[in-house]
Design a protein around this ligand. Structure first.
Ligand code: FCB
Length: 476
């Protein structure tokens, strides 16, 4: 049952004590058919849940944290759908211990989280913030104490504003600052991290942040965005080299947002558009990472907007990685004469308007393995959806999300059966959180968050995932 609501006062210090946190565990979910019922995965396959710092932590101004570009961006009128920000979010900064209990109780192997750079280094250069480092110390040790693998992402978009003031990712100097930051995290926590991801979705950070301007830092300049993407890739490669030189035991990788690009029709124009968009989204990142060069067709299309590349950069970017993280939500359909709307085409869509298309995950994994066989392992680092969350008798019956997860996990299994080395699957997201420009209006959690009380309630999708994982751990 949904427990009585309770408003826990938000604490002003970053202490260790737990605020009252009510977690409600409903009984069981509505019975439905399940395509994963008889599926088994390799015993070492890693199951997890994902979050990111800005989206859940809150405590935006506590304990010496510096502002990030997202803190600053949210201050601009009109950029966030519900005019909200990350000041409190899920108050995870104070509720981390209960949240980790919740994650453990789901029965996952792994928790993918991100480190807020300006919490540990307020300006992004210069002084480190011990209180911020202590927070991640508590969090990582808390994971290990609960038997959870800790998977850290260094950059899930919340660049220190102090670095933005010096040009942000457009400035080559940010690459060096990022490497220093990566080394600090390795020295403090590397012995306890199962993996370190350099960047989450560099395409989004570069293009939505610096071309479309709908994400922080809100710049609208394509050439600027392309240069940003180059510096993100370069900082990835340099950080990987530095972490290896430091003898890290953590597996190293990068996370890309990827989607198969399908032409809307068989016309030559639509096919050419799909091919170019595939170049911009996928090959722009995977070609440098795996082959050490940018795709020629995209470079040609960019013309004088191509990035400034120094001698040695491409070799620096092409570093062996232990895994490629894949964030998969949907396919993309490209039409030469404009926008293709899945809803108008009668497709099932999530609340983000993204088509539900599980077969695209199989297709994408097979294509990555075919075109980039040097990638030793592909991890699904995010998959999930924003769907309606109807409350029925004290439960969140999010049937559409349950089906989405089942069908996508089944799609992963098909890829594995065809020989693709998939090593992990992590649901986006553990709990409802700040969904960037959509604010709190879009809910991706398998755990519901009541933002007025910070109460967490397992949705049917969480109960289903827990039951699925129990079967996996028993060998199904
Ligand atoms: C991805 C982001 C993640 C979340 C999901 C819905 O692009 O990595 O933070 O917002 O989309």
């Amino acid at each position: 049952m949904r427990a009585a609501t309770h408003t826990a006062a938000l604490r002003e210090d970053g202490g260790n004590d737990r605020p009252n946190n009510i977690i409600s565990y409903p009984e069981q979910i509505k019975p439905m058919s399940d395509p994963t019922r008889s599926l088994t995965f390799p015993p070492d396959f890693v199951w997890g849940v994902s979050t990111s710092a800005f989206q859940i932590e809150g405590a935006a101004k506590l304990d010496g944290k510096g502002p990030s570009i997202w803190d600053r961006f949210c201050e601009q009128p009109g950029v966030i759908a519900d005019a909200s920000n990350g000041d409190i979010a899920c108050d995870h900064y104070h509720r981390w211990a209960d949240d980790l209990d919740l994650i453990r109780d789901l029965g996952v192997d792994a928790y993918r989280f991100s480190i807020c750079w300006p919490r540990v280094q307020p300006m992004g250069h210069g002084a480190w913030n011990e209180k911020g480092l202590d927070f991640y110390e508590r969090l990582i040790d808390g994971m290990l104490a609960r038997g959870l693998q800790a998977h850290a992402t260094l950059n899930h978009w919340d660049l220190p504003q102090g670095l933005q003031d010096q040009g942000g990712w457009h400035a080559r100097s940010t690459v060096d600052h990022f490497v220093e930051y990566a080394l600090m995290i390795q020295r403090r926590f590397g012995d306890r991290l199962s993996s370190i991801v350099t960047h989450n979705e560099p395409w989004v950070a570069a293009m939505l942040g610096h071309h479309q301007g709908i994400f922080a830092p809100g710049i609208k300049d394509e050439a600027h965005a392309i240069q940003v993407s180059h510096h993100l890739l370069l900082s990835h490669g340099r950080a990987v080299q530095a972490l290896r030189a430091e003898g890290t035991q953590a597996k190293l990788g990068i996370v890309l947002n990827l989607a198969p690009m399908h032409p809307a029709t068989h016309s030559e124009a639509d096919r050419a558009k799909a091919r170019l968009e595939d170049g911009k989204l996928l090959r722009w990142y995977t070609d440098p990472l795996c082959h050490g060069h940018y795709p020629a067709d995209v470079l040609a299309a960019l013309g004088d907007k191509a990035p400034v590349v120094h001698a040695g950069d491409m070799d620096d970017i092409r570093q062996p990685i232990d895994f490629l993280g894949v964030n998969y939500y949907s396919r993309s359909v490209q039409s030469a004469d404009g926008h293709w709307d899945p809803k108008a085409a009668g497709k099932e869509v999530s609340e983000m308007g993204w088509e539900v298309y599980p077969a695209g995950l199989t297709e994408l994994l097979q294509r990555l393995h075919r075109d980039y066989p040097m990638l030793p392992s592909l991890w699904i680092t995010e998959n999930g959806g924003a769907f309606p969350d109807p409350w029925v008798g004290g439960q969140v019956q999010d049937e559409a999300r349950v089906r989405y997860l089942q069908d996508h996990i089944a799609a992963v299994r098909i890829a594995i059966d065809s020989g693709v080395p998939v090593g992990a699957y992590m649901v986006w997201s553990l709990m409802d959180n700040f969904e960037w420009a959509s604010g709190y209006e879009k809910r991706f959690g398998i755990v519901h968050v009541d933002y007025a009380t910070q109460q967490r309630t397992l949705k049917d999708s969480a109960l289903w995932y827990r039951a699925f994982l129990q079967r996996q751990h028993q060998g199904a």
